[in-house]
Structures are given as structure tokens and as C-alpha cells.
Design a binder for this molecule. Structure first.
Ligand code: SAH
Length: 348
């Protein structure tokens, strides 16, 4: 369990006004301020009381790994109740940084190829713990002045299923939108496809205009059920329907839906499945497919499709008129690549 900063502040000062919370958040995201003592906008006694009872950071570093080329960093972090999770900083095409954040400790979705799934779900993270991953990396960059400093993108592709932790994910996004220079299109929520929550966000006036990515992995219902065991009956049909509703309600140029497709050798990378994928995507409002070469996970029988197979798969989809891109593989030598976040070091 985690008691939020807001609740703790309200314990200290029961009639705390909303503007005080804004002052606190402004200070938390101001890199010139490193603790409660420096928050000069707050009354002195509140500052002193907060210093004693509220940690400035809700999460703490346990380990830090870096790739040889210093383009990927993976942190093992821990919560105040000693739950460990991972967060990744990756160089992006703009020469800035993308952070890959976790939204849950472990995950309940058990996607067959994914390392996090083997951990099961320990607990969902509080919005402070999600939002603080940005602060953690910002402080890290400050300690490395030789590196570019700007975090330009955030993706929910660390541990956990963000839509299974809807309220905290939403609150963390609002914190970033309010207190960093990031706009909503720089934030991507990646989901296994929890249709009830996807339906909810369509009519949620507070759902931020972030990008959304659906982890599809197959446009064949039976095949997807094999790979993603939480696939509900008629998932693909329902997803297509939802995508059109999404486009109608929220769609605009910068706000399109992406499908992610992790290529698993001999499982979902055949020419027939490529054709089935393109045919399916054309019936939906999904605008782009992003293929992810599989990052092998020890103990799993899946392997990465080889270059020839990937280069065969992509043009089939493209020639059928569907936009398909490939994710660059990052962080392999530091076990920080997508789907490899499973705390291998502690063997939990
Ligand atoms: N629960 C969210 C976030 C998962 S991580 C979701 O399902 O979208 C982000 C992406 O990485 C997902 O598409 C996931 O399926 C994929 N992924 C997981 N393990 C992987 C691995 N070992 N190699 C490549 N991609 C992987």
C-alpha cells in the first residue's frame, strides 16, 4: 500500500487549499528544487512537517544498467513498500529521450511471450509512483550533463497493463501534462486491448488526448488467443468496431491508433498471416502497424523472426496499402528491451 503525497499533505494540513497542491507539484517538477526545504512557496511549518513525513520521491533506485553505447538506461526502482519494478530511458530519433514507464508491479495479462507476464500481478502503481518515473529520469539526466537533457516522449510500455490501472494512469498523465512541457501526443498508452476500459475512455471527458497503441500480435482470432490468453471471444470484430467509434469521438490527425505486432518466428510471421493482417487493418480505423522484433526471454520457447522473414512480411502488408513500420531494437545488451522487464537480476 502507498499513501499518496496529497493524502499525507492533507493529514498535515486538513484544510489544504487546491493552490497549495499546485505549488507542491510545480516544485516537484522543478529540477532546481531538491527537497521540501526548498519549496519556498509553502508556509514554513508545512515545509518542516512534510520534510519529516513525506518522501520527496515516491520511488528509489536499486540498480542502474546502461548499454555500451549509452543510448539505453534501465533502472530497477523500488516503491516505499519495497516492491521492485523497472523503468527505461531510450534515445529517440530526435536525439532526445523517450521514457518507457511501468504502470503496475508485474502484470496479470500473462501474454505467452512476455517476461513481465511470468511475474503475475503484485499490485497496481499509484499515480505518484508512475509520474515520479519522469522525475527520476530527469534527475538522472541532470547528473549526466554530457548527455542530451530533454525527455520528449513517454510510452506506457514498461511493466503492467495501463488500462487495468486506468485511474492512476490517467492521473499520472494529467500531472505530466500540467507540470512538464509534454503535450498529449507525446505520450502513448499501449494496451493489450481491455475492451471495457477502451469503451470507457471514449466517453470519459477527462481522458487525455494521448496516443493509443493496441498490442494486436495477430489478426487471426484463434492465433491471437494462443499468443494472448486474455483475448475475449470475437475480440477482433469488437476491436474493429471500437476503432471506428474512437475515430469518430476522438480521432484527429495527431491522434490515430497504432497496432503493435511482435513478430514471433514461425508463429505469427507467415505470408498468409501478413495478408490476413492487412485485410483486417483495412476494415478498422487503425492507421499504422508497428512491428516489434521479438526480444528473446529466457525460459520461453519463442524466438525472433530472422531478417529475411521480417523483410518478407512487411512488404506484403505495405503492398496491400497498409502503413507498416518497424521498431528499432534498443537496449538488448542491458536487458532493457521491450518485454524484457522482469527483474531478472533478483530472480523474484
Ligand atoms: N500491457 C501493455 C504494455 C506491454 S509492453 C500492452 O500489452 O500493450 C509493450 C509492447 O511490447 C507490447 O506490445 C508487448 O506485447 C510487447 N512485448 C512484450 N514482450 C515482448 C518481447 N519479449 N519482445 C518484443 N515485444 C514484446
Amino acid at each position: 500500500m502507498y499513501t499518496s503525497r496529497e493524502d499525507k499533505l492533507k493529514e498535515l494540513s486538513p484544510d489544504l487549499k487546491p493552490f497549495r497542491l499546485k505549488q507542491v507539484n510545480t516544485a516537484l517538477f522543478n529540477m532546481n528544487i531538491s527537497g521540501w526545504n526548498d519549496v519556498s512557496t509553502l508556509p514554513k511549518d508545512l515545509r518542516a512537517a512534510a520534510l519529516k513525513t513525506i518522501p520527496w520521491m515516491s520511488i528509489e533506485q536499486v540498480e542502474l544498467y546502461q548499454s555500451k553505447r549509452q543510448d539505453t538506461f534501465k533502472a530497477v526502482l523500488k516503491t516505499q513498500d519495497h516492491k521492485q519494478f523497472e523503468s527505461v530511458l531510450m534515445a529517440n530519433r530526435k536525439g532526445q529521450w523517450t521514457i518507457c514507464v511501468s504502470s503496475q508491479i508485474g502484470c496479470a495479462m500473462r501474454c505467452n511471450f512476455c517476461a513481465t507476464g511470468t511475474l503475475g500481478l503484485k499490485r497496481s502503481m499509484h499515480s505518484d509512483e508512475i509520474a515520479d518515473q519522469y522525475r527520476y529520469w530527469q534527475q538522472f539526466l541532470l547528473s549526466k550533463p554530457e548527455l542530451p537533457q530533454r525527455i520528449s516522449n513517454i510510452v506506457f510500455m514498461g511493466m503492467g497493463e495501463p488500462l487495468a490501472n486506468y485511474d492512476n494512469v490517467k492521473a499520472a498523465i494529467h500531472t505530466w501534462l500540467g507540470y512538464t512541457d509534454l503535450g498529449p501526443t507525446k505520450i502513448m498508452v499501449s494496451t493489450v486491448g481491455i475492451l471495457t476500459q477502451m469503451q470507457k475512455l471514449l466517453t470519459d471527458p477527462d481522458w487525455p488526448e494521448v496516443r493509443i497503441a493496441i498490442s494486436l500480435h495477430s489478426a487471426n482470432q484463434t492465433k491471437r488467443e494462443e499468443i494472448v490468453p486474455t483475448t475475449v471471444p470475437e475480440f477482433l470484430k469488437k476491436l474493429a468496431h471500437w476503432s471506428h467509434e474512437y475515430e469518430r469521438e476522438l480521432g484527429n490527425r495527431n491522434h490515430y491508433i497504432t497496432a503493435e505486432y511482435t513478430l514471433l518466428s514461425g508463429v505469427n510471421d507467415t505470408p498468409e498471416l501478413a495478408r490476413e493482417l492487412a485485410k483486417y487493418i483495412k476494415k478498422t480505423a487503425i492507421k499504422k502497424i508497428n512491428v516489434i522484433p521479438y526480444n528473446p526471454v529466457s525460459g520461453k520457447s519463442f524466438s525472433r523472426s530472422d531478417r529475411a522473414r521480417i523483410e518478407h512480411f512487411k512488404p506484403i502488408v505495405l503492398d496491400m496499402g497498409v502503413n507498416i513500420t518497424e521498431r528499432k531494437i534498443m537496449g538488448e545488451d542491458s536487458d532493457a528491451a521491450c518485454g524484457q522487464l522482469a527483474l531478472t537480476e533478483q530472480k523474484q
